[in-house]
Write a protein that binds this ligand. Structure first.
Ligand SMILES: [Zn+2]
Length: 331
């Protein structure tokens, strides 16, 4: 996988914002041209149900892994704070980092709890030719809820078996468990928020994934993904202009001998039956700057900047510039 985007060294984060804004003005974000029909294959429902069934344990396991990593980082940082405190100091930055680990680690863990079931349901639905975003969403959300519930039940069950330390001590294993998996209003509030995050992420993931699975309604099959060479911003602007002018036959000439241009990722979707397709361009903006403290900071943003249906003739002419072809998948 190529590392997309040409690294731009800029002065500071404000300059990075300006660079980004200038690119977004030149390549405005567009919506996808492909919209799923909403239809469902005869076997879509059983496949979606199977996806939901697999999504529960898959989501629970992924959530436990993400949560365990967050918890280990939280415990290590807590130990560092205690070590410094033992020397009579409280270093504010370490406390801030500890809070950051708790918030970001928690948010990532709950997002994983939504993403994994959402993805599994949409992916399994493809086997039953599901083109309904709402059907995928309806199966993904309960799977996310059940998976997160199962993932939470395990640390709570362990905590219930470990007696709370007599002296509230966050550094012992028992203390850490009772600190993190209690039943105060704060704990319950965080769990409620976690379910909201998981539900939203599972819905967005399932909905978005079905939109990404481009299906040819005429031939009743999924399109293959044909990777084209990457393009510089200037080259991409020219390609998009030629596509809009219905001059796709000129594009391969402009793409021949192009290597290592990483600003705009070009992807062609092609139906192997009728050659109907879509051309999409994903713009990448990568910046790097030195903060006032002397640290390196960087940013990578990507957005869809071109998306259009292609006629069979256009698809075939563009496919001639492919760099690799992988199966769009599905049956
Ligand atoms: Zn077709």
């Amino acid at each position: 996988m190529a590392d997309w985007g040409t690294l731009q060294r800029v002065a500071d984060s404000a300059a990075a914002d300006a660079y980004q804004a200038q690119l977004e003005a030149r390549f405005p974000e567009v919506g996808p041209a492909y919209q799923p029909s909403g239809k469902m294959g005869a076997t879509a429902l059983p496949w979606l149900a199977l996806g939901a069934g697999l999504g529960v344990p898959a989501g629970a396991i992924a959530t436990l892994i993400a949560g365990a990593i967050s918890l280990v980082l939280f415990a290590l940082m807590g130990a560092l704070i205690a070590l410094i405190a033992a020397c009579g100091w409280v270093v504010c930055i370490t406390v801030a980092i500890e809070l950051g680990i708790a918030v970001i680690g928690g948010a990532i863990t709950f997002a994983v709890a939504g993403f994994v079931p959402g993805f599994v349901v949409a992916w399994m639905g493809k086997h039953g030719r599901n083109r309904s975003r709402w059907a995928a969403l309806i199966f993904a959300v309960p799977a996310a809820i059940a998976g997160l519930g199962a993932a939470l039940a395990i640390p709570y069950a362990i905590t219930a078996m470990v007696p709370a330390p007599y002296d509230p001590d966050e550094l012992s294993f028992a203390g850490l468990l009772h600190t993190c998996f209690g039943t105060s209003w704060v704990h319950l509030g965080v769990i409620a928020l976690g379910f909201v995050i998981a539900i939203l992420v599972s819905a967005i993931t399932a909905y978005g994934e079905v939109g990404a699975q481009k299906f040819c309604e005429r031939c009743q099959r999924y399109m293959d993904v044909v990777a084209l060479p990457g393009a510089s911003f200037d080259r991409a602007a020219w390609i998009f202009e030629r596509m809009r002018a219905r001059a796709a036959h000129e594009v391969p000439q402009g793409l021949s001998n192009v290597t290592n241009e990483l600003d705009v990722q070009l992807e062609l979707f092609r139906c192997s039956g009728c050659s109907a397709g879509f051309l999409e361009g994903l713009a990448h903006a990568r910046t790097e700057w030195i903060t006032p403290k002397g640290d390196k900071d960087d940013r990578h943003r990507e957005w869809l900047c071109f998306s259009a249906a292609t006629t069979p003739a256009e698809t075939e002419v563009l496919a001639g510039s492919r760099v690799e072809e992988r199966e769009g998948g599905g049956t």
